[in-house]
Write a protein that binds this ligand. Structure first.
Ligand SMILES: *Cc1c(COP(=O)(O)O)cnc(C)c1O
Length: 396
């Protein structure tokens, strides 16, 4: 018996990743984009909780030409898994990270003159010409150099022989809502920078502005590349943005009934005794709790069992939640429940979960802890991974 072998018993709670849907979403996105526009697949935060190695491989196979990541560890994990595609590290790098970025061919965003000089020196020492992207802050005020101060930084980069200005980018504060006025202001600020640059008569770097919302709703901002995250995972960034028919969620969360309790009137369920049975009730326990990323709710929400909604009763625990299955008499021990996703005609969407959490879909996807093993279906199942393996790759 070996931990991690194929006969190792799966925990009766898991996150299912439908790789065929991921592939189809990528194909639909690719088909929707003019062929001249490149696709950067955003796979930061373990590909929004889906498992970055599998997602990155499939994204590259389906025509993504760049991968977007947040941390050095994320990028090195993919390099260690043998992924050689260009990778763009979003955000700001500490000086100590720069030699690693050069060694592992990770493209960095530079937003500061000191980083430009340091990177240029290190690149020259390594005998490399290192591509960089400039991030222009056009109004979101997160990362990047202000639009009205960007040209001197761009000048500085183009003057460094060991650096190559490969891209100029910006990021929208709001691209998926009906009101596009601020997004359009950001675009005009970005264009102001690009006009100042092109008038200096040099080769044009890649321009990229759009996240999923921008890709869907701001075609005039597609330019040379779009950076798509959440849409690839089958979730529309808002209720009002354009729809692409056929895009479907890749992730679902499932568990098996691990205990069934019979309640008499007046009996209670769970910590704090937050639920009291008004009549005879049948309660199922699912071995998933807030320790897995389920929102810590009481008497709120539901799961799907045999295609029917079973409401949550009581408060949720670290490792368990309880649902009322009185109206689902066919439910038995170890039957499968869907916590997020579709079963029969019913569905609990990521947006439903977001409401329960008082948060957004992005937070829901990334909050499922890695102790819920990611089980890939409808694809190359040799890439099934669990937390221990992910952690192992990450430290190499
Ligand atoms: C996360 C991120 C994206 C992807 O955003 P989605 O809304 O998930 O498509 C794009 N660009 C940058 C800079 C990001 O940080």
């Amino acid at each position: 018996m070996e931990f991690g072998s194929t006969d190792f018993p799966l925990r009766p709670a898991w996150v299912e990743i439908d790789l065929a849907r991921l592939r189809r979403n990528l194909q639909l996105i690719r088909a929707d984009l003019p062929s001249s526009v490149r696709l950067l697949a955003v796979v930061k935060d373990e590909a929004y909780g889906h498992g970055a190695v599998d997602v990155a491989r499939i994204a590259i196979e389906e025509g993504a030409s760049y991968l977007g990541l947040s941390t050095l560890e994320e990028a090195l994990t993919l390099r260690a898994a043998g992924i050689t595609a260009p990778m763009l590290l979003l955000g700001e790098r500490q000086e100590a990270e720069l030699p690693w970025c050069i060694e592992y061919d990770l493209t960095v965003c530079v937003n500061e003159a000191t980083t430009v000089r340091k990177l240029a020196r290190l690149a020259a020492e390594a005998g490399k010409r290192v591509p960089v992207h400039v991030k222009v802050n056009t109004g979101m005020s997160r990362y990047g150099v202000r639009w009205d101060e960007a040209l001197p930084l761009i000048e500085l980069i183009t003057a460094e022989k060991s650096l190559l200005l490969e891209g100029v980018m910006t990021h929208f504060a709001q691209s998926d809502e009906a009101d596009k006025s601020f997004a359009n202001l950001q675009i005009s600020r970005f264009d102001e920078v690009m006009r100042g640059f092109s008038s200096r008569g040099r080769a044009r770097p890649l321009q990229h502005l759009c996240n999923s919302g921008g890709f869907l709703d701001l075609p005039h901002a597609h330019r040379d590349m779009v950076r798509v995250g959440i849409l690839m995972y089958g979730i529309f960034p808002s209720t009002v943005c354009r729809r692409i028919p056929g895009i479907e969620p890749v992730m679902s969360v499932r568990a098996r009934i691990a205990s069934i309790q019979k309640l008499k009137p007046g009996e209670v369920v769970g910590y704090g005794m937050r639920y009291t049975a008004a009549s005879e009730r049948r309660i199922a326990v699912l071995p998933v709790g807030y320790g897995d990323g389920f929102p810590r709710v009481r008497n709120q929400g539901a799961v799907l069992i045999h295609g029917k909604r079973a409401p949550l009763v009581g408060g949720i625990a670290m490792d368990a939640l309880m649902v009322d299955i009185t109206d689902i008499p066919e439910a038995q021990m170890w039957d499968e429940a869907v916590i997020m996703g579709r079963q029969g005609a019913e569905e609990i969407t990521v947006h439903d979960m977001a409401k329960l959490k008082n948060s957004v879909s992005y937070d829901v996807l990334t909050s499922w802890r890695l102790r819920l093993r990611r089980r890939c279906v409808n694809g190359d199942t040799q890439f099934v991974r669990k937390e221990a393996e992910l952690a192992e790759v990450a430290v190499k």
